[in-house]
Design a protein around this ligand. Structure first.
Ligand SMILES: [Zn+2]
Length: 243
């Protein structure tokens, strides 16, 4: 029966269109995910950079401290010629010693900062290289998804054209029935019967009906879900091509 064949083709087209539309709806969400992931990556990098900036500031502060201490030592030493007594001289020496002690400590601290700075710079370089690579990957993924959107839209348009041609061949009443069934059963109106089982609701259909469906002489419905049934012959599967 040609009507049934057209209905099967129509169902396959509609199923294809439906799944393409679902895919189309899901893509923007994926793109938004990629965008927010990119922003996260950027944020992480900025945080690492901030660490480096802080360390650099600490280094400058420490260097200034050391300079101040050196200045202090210099001034203390300049006082030496004016010293009159041994007691005063000993006191000055002790003061210089204390400040020199402070200088050593601060120089050690500076060294620690320099090591940290070196580490952080290396780490930042690594992070940057990784992030740039990942960002590039994300950009590519995004581009692919955007391409997929336009390809899917084109594909849907083609299928809709094909659909129009098939609808023209189907009697009006039958088409209306098909549309009603589509609405009732979430987009599946025409189903295969496989080993006596309706593939829409999985009812075992009566043997007589199974025989009739196999004979392919008329339009038959599942007694339970009401969908239009068809039997797929092993040798000649129904071909739906979009070409
Ligand atoms: Zn059924």
């Amino acid at each position: 029966m040609e009507d049934l064949e057209n209905l099967i083709k129509l169902q396959q087209l509609d199923s294809n269109i439906l799944s393409l539309k679902q895919r189309l709806e899901s893509i923007p969400l994926e793109i938004r995910k990629i965008d927010s992931f990119s922003q996260e990556i950027e944020k992480k990098y900025e945080e690492e950079k901030k660490k480096l900036t802080n360390l650099e500031k600490r280094k400058r502060d420490k260097e200034r401290d050391i300079q101040d201490i050196n200045e202090k030592i210099k001034k203390l030493k300049e006082r030496t010629p004016q010293i009159k007594t041994n007691k005063e001289y000993q006191a000055l020496l002790k003061e210089i010693q204390t400040v020199e002690e402070e200088l050593r400590k601060e120089e050690e601290n500076l060294l620690i900062i320099l090591y940290e700075l070196d580490d952080t710079r290396k780490k930042l370089d690594e992070v940057k290289a990784n992030l740039e690579k990942r960002k590039e990957e994300l950009e590519n993924e995004k581009k692919n998804l955007e391409e997929e959107i336009s390809n899917t839209k084109k594909r849907i348009e083609l299928l809709k054209e094909e659909r129009k041609e098939i609808v023209k061949k189907i009697p009006h009443e039958l088409y209306e029935e098909y549309i009603d069934l589509m609405k009732k059963h979430k987009g599946i109106a025409v189903v295969q019967v496989k080993d006596s089982v309706c593939q829409g609701c999985f009812l075992h259909i009566p043997p007589q009906l199974y025989v009739e469906v196999k004979l392919d002489q008329s339009i038959y419905h599942c007694p339970q879900c009401g969908r239009i049934l068809y039997y797929k012959k092993q040798q000649q599967p129904v071909q739906v091509s979009s070409e």
